[in-house]
Write a protein that binds this ligand. Structure first.
Ligand SMILES: [Zn+2]
Length: 341
């Protein structure tokens, strides 16, 4: 997703936690730092600037079925539809969308699919790394943080103030975490076919379509420049996107399912997003071992075909709604994990 969309997802997740009264202290903290998502939610893409290159796709979980006869994934990588939808968090649009779908056959769902991300690229690992780092960081927060995180740590009174975790740092970690959660909701990041590549038309144009819906109010320059909006205005602007995206958010942030964590949720979200990609570009149009076929955005979402236009609306709603809801859920679970067993 583009910087604009990532920033909106993080701000909209703050607004969702606020409107659902999910946790007063977490909301106070995030509202205090609501100007930072433009930076924090985009940090995972900035490594290219340091390296002086423009290599993309550093965080993906792109799945494929066994292609070579030597690929033997076994049952571990099978996720049948009913099982997958049952174990994922409640209230996600992707569950309704896949439950209603009839285009992916039982045979499709019965196959194992596996991703082979390069070391350090797996976005589920990166989300989990940040969630567990945050949990520890929040234990030794500076006074701004410490007053908001329930519980007391006697050790803190002897800790030099400059060794305490700064509130800004924790906020950046929350927003970075939102980046990886959001990427799992982008179907092209979860499908290993060449046509889903970062620089392929379909991928770029779908992300561009979403950035157009979010609008320029969430560009980094608008959020961080001299005319940056006040927090209240920013939250209002984030909510104004809902109607354009065809999204209605729930009255309650769903709880993290029992005995689940950020890693499991992100892996399953990626599997579900991979299925969505299999609906956007069916195997009949481009097989999983097909390296040559490309499908243009206008072909996948043909403007003259009402069914394809509905698909575009559905895919947009699913991705944007679930990116926000999953982010809010994982933030809330991370925050509570500090002081709740
Ligand atoms: Zn990314």
């Amino acid at each position: 997703m583009d910087q604009t969309t990532h920033a909106w997802i993080a701000v909209r997740a703050i607004a969702l936690l606020e409107s659902t009264k999910a946790d007063e202290n977490l909301v106070s903290f995030l509202l205090l730092k609501a100007s930072l998502p433009a930076i924090g939610a985009w940090i995972p893409e900035l490594i290219d600037d340091k390296r002086g290159g423009s290599k993309t796709q550093h965080h993906v979980l792109k799945m494929l079925p066994a292609i070579k006869p030597s690929d033997n994934f076994g049952d571990r990588f099978v996720a049948r539809k009913a099982d997958l939808l049952k174990r994922m968090a409640g209230g996600l649009e992707i569950k309704k969308f896949l439950a209603a779908d009839t285009s992916l056959s039982d045979e499709w769902w019965a196959r194992p699919y596996k991703a082979n991300p390069r070391p350090g690229q797996n976005f589920a690992d990166r989300a989990m790394g940040l969630a567990s780092t945050l949990r520890d960081l929040l234990v030794i927060g500076d006074p701004v943080l410490d007053i908001l995180v329930p519980g007391r740590v006697p050790f803190l009174k002897d800790t030099p103030p400059d060794a305490l975790a700064r509130a800004n740092q924790a906020a950046l970690y929350f927003f970075m975490l939102s980046h990886f959660v959001a990427d799992a909701c982008m179907p092209c990041h979860c499908d290993g076919r060449k046509l889903c590549g970062d620089d392929e038309g379909l991928h770029r144009e779908l992300e561009g379509h979403w950035a157009g819906i979010v609008g320029p109010a969430f560009d980094d320059a608008a959020l961080t420049g001299p005319k940056a909006p006040a927090t209240e205005e920013l939250i209002k602007a984030a909510k104004a996107v809902d109607a354009r995206a065809g999204v209605r958010f729930p009255d309650k942030v769903p709880p993290m399912p029992y005995e689940r964590d950020a890693w499991l949720e992100v892996v399953d979200m990626a599997r579900a997003s991979f299925a969505v990609m299999g609906i956007i570009v069916p195997e009949a149009l481009c097989r999983y071992d097909d390296e040559a076929t490309r499908v243009k955005f206008g072909q996948a979402f043909d403007p003259n075909d009402p069914k394809k236009q509905k698909l575009l609306k559905d895919v947009t709603r699913v991705a944007l709604h679930d990116a926000v809801v999953n982010t809010a859920m994982i933030w809330l679970d991370t925050w509570k994990s500090v002081w709740k067993n």
